[in-house]
Design a protein around this ligand. Structure first.
Ligand code: F6P
Length: 361
C-alpha cells in the first residue's frame, strides 16, 4: 500500500506526534507499506515535492513542535482557478496523486485543509483527514489536536501578566489567537482567572466592560485582566463587513486597541496590550496533546486499513470516531450561547462583554 501524508495550514504543537502515531501504526499493521511525506502541505501535492518517510524519521519527534514535513497556506478559494494553460491546482494535485500511484492521502489540517480534502475526496481520491488547529473550530469533533497546548501557553501568558498587572495596578488586555472563534480565549481566560473574556461569537458592549472595570475598582481591585480574542468585536462593529470594520478601527485588524483606549478614557485606568501571537503555536505539545495526537494518528491508520475513505477523525463524548468529510468540511464550530463553559464563566462572575449573569433556573 502506498500512502501520502501531508500537514497543511497554520502549524500547531502535535503535528509530528500525529505523523508518528499514524506512520508507526500502519508500519506495525502491514508488511508492505510505503509512506510518502508530501512537502509543505498541498503545495507539495500541487508541485510533486515529496520525500519517503522511513521508520528512522519517526524517532525523537513525539515531543517536538512544528512539522517535519513543512506546511503552507494554499487557499481553498483558488484551488479551481486555472493558470494560462488552463490547468488548476486541483488538476495538478490529482495528477501528482495518480503519478505517485497513491492508494490514499492523509491530510492533517484545520478548517481550510478540510475543505480541500473534501474537494479531493469528491473528485474521487481516497482521503482521510485528521483535525488540527489551536482554534478548535472544526465541526463534528469536540477537540482538535494542538488546542490544549495553545491553551496551556496562553494560560501561562495570562498568569505572567497577572503579577505585573497587580504590581502596577493596570488593566491588561491579553489578545489571543483563534481566528473567527473564541475557544482558545474562553478556555485560557477561565484557566488564567481573567476578569473579562471577549469572544467573536458574543459581540461586546464597551460600556459593559467599563462597568466591570469600575465595579472591580469599587471592590478594591486596582488591576484587571481582559482576555480578548483576536476576532472579538463590539456590538456596533458586528454590524459591519470585515473591510468596513478594519476601516472603522483606523486600519487595525483587531478591536483591542480601540477598546483599550475607550476603557482608559471612561474608567481612568492605565492599560497595556499584550499579544502573544505565534508563541501560541510554537514549542512542544503538552502531554494531553501527545496522547490525543497518538490516538488520532493511530485511528486514522485504522480508517486507512479499513478503507474508510472520505472521512476525518473526531472525538465525541471522549470517544474516538470519525465524520464524513462532506458533512463537516466547510462549516466552523462556533461557541453557542448555551455553551457549558460560557455558563461556567458567567457563573464565576466573569463578564463576557454583556454583563449577563448565569443563574440556575
Ligand atoms: O488558524 C490558526 C491561526 O493561528 C489563527 O488562530 C490565526 O488567526 C492564524 O492562524 C494566523 O495565521 P498566520 O500564521 O498565517 O499568520
Amino acid at each position: 500500500m502506498k500512502i501520502g501524508i501531508l500537514t497543511s495550514g497554520g502549524d500547531c504543537p502535535g503535528l509530528n506526534a500525529v505523523i508518528r502515531g499514524f506512520c508507526k501504526f500502519v508500519l506495525n499493521q502491514m508488511d508492505d507499506v510505503e509512506l510518502i511525506g508530501i512537502i509543505d502541505g498541498y503545495y507539495g501535492l500541487i508541485n510533486n515535492e515529496t520525500r519517503i518517510l522511513k521508520k528512522e524519521d519517526l524517532s525523537g519527534i513525539l515531543n517536538v513542535g512544528g512539522t517535519i514535513l513543512g506546511t503552507s497556506r494554499q487557499p481553498f478559494s483558488l484551488m479551481k482557478d486555472e493558470d494560462r494553460n488552463g490547468v488548476s491546482k486541483l488538476d495538478k494535485m490529482k495528477e501528482t496523486y495518480y503519478k505517485l500511484n497513491l492508494d490514499c492521502l492523509v491530510t492533517l489540517g484545520g478548517a481550510g485543509t478540510h475543505k480541500t480534502a473534501g474537494l479531493l475526496s469528491a473528485e474521487g481520491l481516497n482521503v482521510v483527514g485528521i483535525p488540527k488547529t489551536i482554534d478548535n473550530d472544526i465541526s463534528g469533533t469536540d477537540v482538535t489536536f494542538g488546542f490544549h497546548s495553545a491553551v496551556d501557553i496562553a494560560t501561562e501568558c495570562i498568569d505572567r501578566i497577572h503579577t505585573t498587572a497587580a504590581s502596577h495596578g493596570r488593566t491588561m488586555f491579553v489578545e489571543l489567537m483563534g481566528n473567527k472563534v473564541g475557544w482558545l480565549t474562553l478556555f485560557a481566560g477561565i484557566a488564567g482567572g481573567a476578569d473579562v473574556i471577549l469572544l467573536p461569537e458574543f459581540p461586546y458592549d464597551p460600556s459593559s466592560v467599563a462597568k466591570s472595570v469600575r465595579k472591580r475598582a469599587e471592590e478594591g481591585h486596582a488591576f484587571n485582566i481582559i482576555a480578548i480574542a483576536e476576532g472579538a468585536m463590539s456590538k456596533s462593529e458586528s454590524k459591519l463587513k470585515k473591510s468596513e470594520r478594519i476601516a472603522y478601527r483606523g486600519g487595525e485588524i483587531s478591536s483591542t486597541k480601540a477598546l483599550a483606549t475607550y476603557i482608559e478614557k471612561n474608567c481612568g485606568v492605565e492599560t497595556r496590550i499584550v499579544v502573544p501571537g505565534h508563541l501560541q503555536r510554537g514549542g512542544n505539545p503538552s502531554a494531553y496533546d501527545r496522547i490525543l495526537s497518538s490516538e488520532m494518528g493511530s485511528f486514522a491508520g485504522r480508517l486507512v486499513l479499513e478503507k474508510k475513505y472520505g472521512t476525518t477523525v473526531a472525538i465525541k463524548d471522549n470517544k474516538i470516531t470519525f465524520n464524513k468529510l462532506k458533512d463537516v468540511a466547510g462549516t466552523l464550530k462556533y461557541i453557542k450561547e448555551d455553551n457549558q463553559m460560557v455558563n461556567i464563566a458567567r457563573g464565576l462572575g466573569i463578564d463576557i462583554g454583556d454583563g449577563k449573569k448565569f443563574r440556575l433556573k
